[in-house]
Ligand binder design. Structure first.
Ligand SMILES: [Zn+2]
Length: 268
């Protein structure tokens, strides 16, 4: 199967893609783009975003982001990913991870994280979206149900979106030209599930996950700029889903050689 974009570029599908199961939850998903293509688009899109957005000058916090990212990456078991962790100088309470382990954290989310384990909640949730190929799935669903033209029609008249921009949109990054394409509620719950197991294996206390989402949920309207905003599960549902996973997560946590909450981010 092959899809043609308005740019004339194509997404080829040569039998290496189709249906597969999501890690941890085993849900079947439709993927029309080969993963190799997602990875190269992810790398290109990340270099575009991090060229446009200024990187934080806070070296202490940049080190924390690197440390948490590396511990999570080790447990993600994707040695083929070219992992990168960047802290962006921005007040937004936001974060994202593109295919291939390209993670960006906005400085504005750090006070909500409160400590290193809280940051691990955010980073593992974002990494989980990438591991589960949620953006690729959203692009595939759009291609299958509506055709690429529908995606393109969301775009301002004169601008023809690049494939990198479409991928960024599918991974929850808005742009001047594209309407944000939020993750579905099912994908959000799945990222919570995969995320809490990842952070626990990395030695971060899983009880910080419901605490972080509760703090995030109580932010005033307009302050919640996280990628999932429009479809995120209700706060009660999220809490009960996470609490149902805590016992399993805690087993992973207790098996980790290094455990705890890590560095305090408020007084740092
Ligand atoms: Zn999410």
């Amino acid at each position: 199967m092959e899809y043609t974009l308005a740019t004339g570029a194509t997404w080829g599908c040569l039998g290496s893609c189709g249906c597969r199961s999501v890690p941890e939850t085993d849900r079947k998903q439709l993927l029309l783009m080969p993963e190799s293509q997602e990875l190269s688009l992810g790398a290109q899109a990340f270099s575009q975003v991090t060229t446009d957005a200024p990187v934080s000058t806070n070296t202490a916090m940049t080190e924390v982001v690197q440390r948490v990212g590396k511990r999570i990456a080790k447990e993600a078991k994707r040695s083929d990913y070219q992992w990168e962790f960047k802290l962006l100088a921005s007040d937004e309470k936001n974060a994202f991870c593109l295919p291939g382990g390209k993670v960006a954290i906005h400085e504005g989310i750090l006070p909500v994280c409160q400590n290193e384990a809280g940051l691990a909640v955010v980073m593992s949730h974002e990494v989980a979206h990438a591991l589960a190929r949620h953006g690729g799935e959203r692009m595939s669903q759009n291609m299958a149900s509506q055709g690429v033209q529908q995606i393109v029609s969301r775009v301002a008249k004169k601008h023809v979106p690049t494939r990198e921009e479409l991928l960024m949109q599918a991974y929850g990054i808005g742009s001047e030209y594209l309407v944000l394409l939020p993750y579905s509620r099912k994908q959000e719950s799945e990222a919570d599930h995969i995320g809490i197991m990842l952070m626990s294996k990395a030695g971060y206390d899983p009880s910080e996950a419901p605490k972080f989402w509760s703090r995030f949920g109580s932010l005033k309207d307009g302050q919640q700029t996280f990628e999932f905003l429009s479809t995120h599960p209700s706060d009660e549902r999220r809490q009960s889903d996470l609490l149902a996973l805590i016992d399993e997560a805690r087993q992973h946590y207790l098996n980790s050689p290094q455990i705890g909450l890590g560095q305090d981010l408020i007084r740092a």
